[in-house]
Ligand binder design. Structure first.
Ligand code: NAD
Ligand code: MG
Length: 496
């Protein structure tokens, strides 16, 4: 009898579906968890929140609603100078601390980030537009892990392979983009502090709020004044910072054009420079790949963070013999992606970060279509307010098409085909960029052969967008130079 009963209860019933999808109840995270957002912000200089010397203020909006969240200062040359001087003043004592003492501050910061991670995740989602599922499960854990990891290096620099007692550079000027605001901050600040440098960081003008909240965490951790300074503003503030004569190191993540202008600006100076720029990564699927797993990797590769990812797998190279099978599975999977409220825990694709970025994505995709590529999106309702772009696929794409060449930085995938591994390599490398690549195949020897041929800083095999603080990240060619993360990431902040 008991046996019969068991059989009965394990009978699989058809799930409830609405228009081909599972029905989900909304699961909203509370915006109140973001804590208090001030009406207006100044800079964080010398351990204090201070007013700007100028009167110009910028606004940051919630891209999912277009609501203004706060005003913040447009940093002037004078503000930047004040911040650089505060960092310079702090450098002597900070760099003279034993590494084990610097490490304690980094551990403390990492712990506070973990303790306040819900608050930071919600604030990040509100200011940036990315889904809470990502900020909660990816951004914040990675941010904390980065501080923990470099805390561990602070007292072991003698053993990092850069000689005995490697020295810091001095004051680091750090300019970061809007796609992973806190994570980019962590990638910049953690190694700089571990190696004994002090920093002035400028967050992007559409996402300044988590950097300003991080300034509070520096206070909470009792970090000595001036070790971390945050100056807000747009590209003008960024240029004032990177060109300041008293900085010793510039670290920039953002567009290739701005990276190029910074490299030009710094040529002939003694400032050390690392650049992390754009990408147009190939995600390469062979006919022996586990197709369902590959489809998940393709989706993660291009739709994670609305495709606002420098290492996004924006070019799918699929072996001709499995093209139809992969495309069918991919379209089925794309139809299940949920676009909408970033604070809903069910959301897969949030808002595009800004009106400007939406305009850029729209312009590039329209041009791609006009050049003859075939466009497809699943039917999906987009909210009326805010900046949204449906997940989009282009087939029939030639290598000359704009959507195969330009970094779109949005949820847009271009599909190309190949027949042989050599052709796949040629097509994958046919780009001015070289940040990342993905390979999907059951064959280990082919993975190793491909990884050797691909001109990309990171090559993922049977996975994509995997990040770990112990692993160096960075580019070839126009994707920039220098590495962030891992032991290699220390070098960018040491006088070696
Ligand atoms: P951007 O390069 O203009 O901005 C990145 C950061 O640099 C921001 O903080 C900005 O204020 C600052 N900045 C701008 N001009 C500067 C200058 N002359 N000197 C110093 N700092 C300056 O990027 P964007 O306009 O926000 O985005 C444009 C394109 O860049 C995107 O479509 C995308 O292709 C690419 N992008 C790449 C990354 C990446 O992670 N590699 C990140 C963001 C954007
Ligand atoms: Mg914003």
């Amino acid at each position: 009898m008991a046996k019969n009963k068991k059989t009965e209860t394990t009978t699989v019933t058809e799930p409830v579906r609405t228009s081909g999808l599972f029905a989900y109840a909304p699961a909203p995270e509370s915006p109140a968890a973001a804590g208090d957002i001030a009406g207006s912000y100044g800079h964080f200089i010398g351990g204090e929140f201070v007013d700007s010397s100028g009167s110009e203020a910028l606004k940051t909006v919630n891209p999912a609603t277009e609501q203004v969240l706060a005003e913040f200062a447009q940093g002037t040359d004078e503000d930047v100078d004040r911040a650089v001087k505060a960092a310079r003043k702090a450098f002597g004592d900070w760099s003279a601390l034993p590494g084990s003492e610097r490490g304690k501050y980094l551990y403390r910061i990492a712990r506070i980030i973990q303790e306040r991670s819900r608050e930071l995740a919600v604030l990040e989602s509100i200011d940036n537009g990315k889904p809470i599922r990502e900020t909660r499960d990816f951004d914040l854990p990675t941010v904390a892990a980065h501080f923990f990891y470099y805390a561990g290096w602070a007292d072991k620099l003698d053993y990092a392979g850069f000689g005995r007692n490697p020295q810091p550079l001095g004051v680091a000027a750090q300019v970061i983009p809007w796609n992973f605001p806190l994570m980019m901050l962590a990638w910049k600040i953690a190694p700089a502090l571990a190696t004994g440098n002090t920093v002035v960081l400028k967050p992007a003008e559409t996402t300044p709020l988590t950097a300003l909240r991080f300034a509070e965490i520096c206070q909470q951790a009792g970090l000595p004044k001036g070790v971390v300074n945050i100056v807000t503003g747009d590209g003008r503030t960024g240029a004032a910072l990177t060109s300041h004569p008293e900085v010793n190191k510039v670290a920039f993540t953002g567009s290739t054009n701005v990276g190029r202008s910074i490299a030009r600006q710094l040529a002939g100076s003694r400032k050390k420079l690392s650049l992390e720029l754009g990408g147009k990564a190939a995600n390469i699927v062979f006919d022996d790949a586990p197709i369902d797993q590959a489809v998940e990797g393709i989706v993660n590769g291009i739709f994670f963070n609305q495709g606002h990812v420098c290492c996004a797998g924006s070019r799918l190279l699929v072996q001709e013999s499995v093209h139809d099978e992969v495309l069918d599975a991919l379209k089925r999977r794309m139809a299940t992606l949920r676009v909408g409220d970033p604070l809903d825990k069910n959301t897969d694709i949030g808002a595009v970060n800004s009106a400007a970025q939406l305009a850029r994505i729209t312009e590039l995709t329209d041009a791609g279509e006009a050049e003859g590529a075939e466009r497809w999106s699943p039917s999906c309702e987009l909210p009326s307010a805010g900046y949204w772009f449906a997940p989009t696929l282009f087939t029939g794409v030639t290598q000359a098409n704009l959507v195969a060449r330009e970094e779109i930085f949005g949820p847009v995938l271009s599909v190309l085909t190949f027949r042989t591994p050599t052709e796949a390599v040629e097509k994958a490398n046919n780009t001015p960029y070289g940040l990342s690549a993905g390979i999907w195949t059951e064959k280990g020897s082919r993975i190793l052969w491909m990884a050797n041929q691909l001109k990309a800083g990171v090559v993922w095999a049977n996975t994509f967008n995997k990040f770990d603080p112990t692993s160096p990240f960075g580019g070839y060619k126009e994707s920039g130079y220098g590495r962030e993360g891992g032991r290699h990431g220390l070098e960018a902040y040491l006088d070696v």
